[in-house]
Design a protein around this ligand. Structure first.
Ligand code: GRF
Length: 217
């Protein structure tokens, strides 16, 4: 049985498109049930519609409280019978209550090698720090921002003359490969755990090899 994934976005939605495309494969363990955006104007909503996926704005500005906004989000996730959330450029911090309700059922992608460079402006800060390798991480969401068990990472070299924009573009290309890969790993790990062959899904994902970009020969 394929798991039903709800994707949360705020903007462009290029990782969302990568997940939708991966999920078209009949052998992929997930199907995309819906895309929800906290911003009504998010470009990703139009892209999701064009891909034939239910796309709904849960406009945060119309709610008086964070609780009301999150209740509306939860209601949509229930309507679409979502098993697992994939945050993909979702720029609103979720409350500890929401994260607890979705414990081990919510993933996120972050454009750095966590735990380095949590938060915003990651590429600018990576360049300022002079790191020679950066990358991206898919992790399970916990209440603290950009924190939680790491499912998969991909390393991207920093090149001479990189600007935050150039680096972001190269990392983004790799994100589009990493997210579908990590979601699959996570679900396969859960299947194995449910079948009793592992104590915990995380054990299996931690045994997977790291990805490098460009691939190491
Ligand atoms: C990505 O770099 C993602 O890692 C970060 O926000 C960006 C979203 O881009 N969390 P997109 O909306 O998927 O194109």
């Amino acid at each position: 049985m394929k798991k039903r994934v709800g994707i949360l976005i705020s903007g462009r939605g290029s990782n969302m498109v990568a997940l939708i495309e991966a999920a078209r494969d009949s052998g992929y363990p997930a199907e995309i049930a819906c895309v929800l955006s906290n911003r009504a104007q998010a470009d990703g909503l139009k892209k999701a519609q064009a891909e034939g996926v239910a796309a709904i704005a849960v406009d945060q500005t119309v709610f008086d409280t964070r609780e009301a906004f999150e209740a509306a989000l939860d209601a949509e996730l229930t309507t679409y019978r979502v098993d697992l959330i994939a945050c993909a450029g979702f720029m609103r911090v979720l409350s500890a209550d929401f994260v607890t309700r979705w414990h081990d059922r919510m993933l996120n992608i972050h454009p750095s090698l966590l735990p380095a460079f949590k938060g915003l402006d990651t590429h600018k800060r990576a360049l300022q720090a002079g790191v020679k390798i950066t990358g991206c991480t898919v992790h399970v969401v916990r209440a603290s921002v950009d924190d939680g068990p790491i499912i998969a990472q991909a390393a991207v070299p920093v090149l001479a003359g990189d600007t935050p924009e150039r680096l972001a573009a190269r990392v983004l290309e790799v994100e589009h490969r990493l997210y579908p890969h990590a979601l699959k790993l996570f679900l396969k790990g859960q299947e194995r755990a449910a079948a009793g062959s592992l104590g915990e899904a995380q054990v299996s994902v931690n045994q997977e090899k790291a990805l490098f970009w460009p691939p190491l020969s």
